[in-house]
Design a binder for this molecule. Structure first.
Ligand SMILES: Cc1ncc(COP(=O)(O)O)c(C=O)c1O
Length: 387
């Protein structure tokens, strides 16, 4: 017998969501701004560089494809995407060893000079974000035929070159590495500040440089498809069916389908009398007679421990709620209003699809004060993942 918890990955949904990204990446062909989620920001007048055209797409598959399984996601998308973007060098090498020919973008570049022979051998495109990396790269004999990305800091203040760094980088690369894409990352594409302020800085920094650009994450792609011209966009969460703005617009409203379904079973049923508590800390106390189900899923499976009483869950496809504290291997759900036949062996869907009913990971994440990204990435290694 194996423990009943499992995650199921719907490759067709992944491909569907990629198709949504593709639709939004056609600049001028996507929904108008009137269709964009009402999250504020003032982007008028920032229709950037040139003619109507489509962006190519890096499918972001870092962190084991946001917990969905790198090889699985790559297999599902390889014939539709234009490239894959990730962070982990050993995984990129694994993709090349498995025969992947598409471009691979390394979003944090390289960390030490010793990695560069692997970058060269496997044709991995580094994102260079510090000037010293450019000197290291050139000293390592970077071939003129291989592309690089230069990341510019336009306000996120994590990684990226400033104006002086960019000028020095361009001077150092001149005549040696011609294939340069200019990249930045948006800090608040899903929030009230939007992207205009960063686009302005980007335009100032890159004035006079006629080079390809890579700008948009999922939020920017969905929200500003006709205002942010990208040569290469970098959608991540939307591919996995998460809304970048779940409190304003749902994944379903964005035509995104859930890719990961996390399910387990009820392994015990308890009847509580009024005044009885359940779980650690006696954090939930019944105020009447209640039936509760004990589900084989806990924080050691990746379910958020901080999910409070009331977090939504489906039991045999019927929506109900969690009760009390999530423990390492178990959590409790309210069966009081469910049909009496729902009991041991019943299916608990923690997020994802149960037949026709969907419990968006976004809803669980919101209840737990986090984001679907974190739920997906936290899926524990002990959970079997099925197709
Ligand atoms: C540099 C970069 N580009 C793109 C993405 C994809 O972002 P999202 O998953 O919000 O679409 C990420 C994710 O964090 C990132 O770090």
């Amino acid at each position: 017998m194996t423990r009943p918890i499992r995650a199921t990955i719907d490759r067709a949904a992944l491909r569907h969501n990629f198709g949504v990204a593709r639709r939004h990446a056609g600049v001028g062909a996507g929904p108008s701004q009137a269709d964009a989620p009402p999250v504020g920001g003032s982007e008028s007048g920032l229709r950037a560089r040139g003619a109507i055209k489509s962006a190519r797409l890096w499918s972001v598959v870092k962190a084991n494809a946001y917990g969905h399984g790198l090889e699985r996601a790559v297999a599902a998308l390889a014939d539709v995407t234009d490239g894959f973007a990730l962070i982990e060098l050993e995984r990129a090498v694994r993709l090349r060893a498995a025969g992947l020919e598409l471009p691979i973008l390394m979003l944090e570049g390289f960390y030490a000079a010793e990695e560069l022979p692997l970058f060269i051998e496997h044709r991995l495109t580094p994102v260079l974000h510090r000037l010293d990396q450019i000197h290291t790269l050139l000293a390592a004999g970077w071939p003129a035929t291989l592309p690089v990305y230069l990341k510019l800091d336009t306000g996120m203040h994590r990684l990226g070159l400033d104006a002086a760094g960019l000028a020095a980088a361009m001077a150092a690369l001149a005549g040696k590495v011609p294939d340069i894409t200019l990249m930045t990352h948006f800090a608040d594409a899903d929030g009230p500040r939007g992207v205009a302020w960063q686009l302005e800085r980007f335009a100032t920094l890159t004035a006079g440089m006629d080079l390809p650009r890579s700008l948009s994450n999922s939020a920017a792609l969905l929200r500003f498809p006709d205002l942010v011209t990208n040569d290469w966009a970098r959608p991540g969460i939307m591919l996995y069916g998460g809304s970048p703005f779940p409190e304003l617009i749902s994944a379903a409203e964005l035509d995104l389908q859930p890719v990961m379904t996390l399910q387990s079973e009820i392994i015990a049923v308890q009847t509580l009398a009024a005044g009885d508590s359940v779980g650690y800390g006696c954090a939930f106390t019944a105020d009447r007679t209640m039936r509760i189900g004990v589900v084989a899923c806990g924080y050691a499976d990746g379910y958020p421990r901080h999910a409070p009483t009331g977090t939504p869950v489906l039991v045999d496809g019927i929506r109900t709620r969690t009760l009390g504290r999530v423990s390492m291997d178990k959590l409790c759900v309210d069966l009081t209003e469910l049909p009496a036949k729902v009991g041991v062996g019943g299916t608990a869907t923690l997020w994802g699809r149960a037949g026709e009913t969907v419990l968006p990971a976004d809803e669980v994440a919101t209840a737990a004060g986090t984001i679907s990204y974190e739920l997906f990435c936290a899926l524990a290694a002990r959970v079997s993942v099925l197709d």
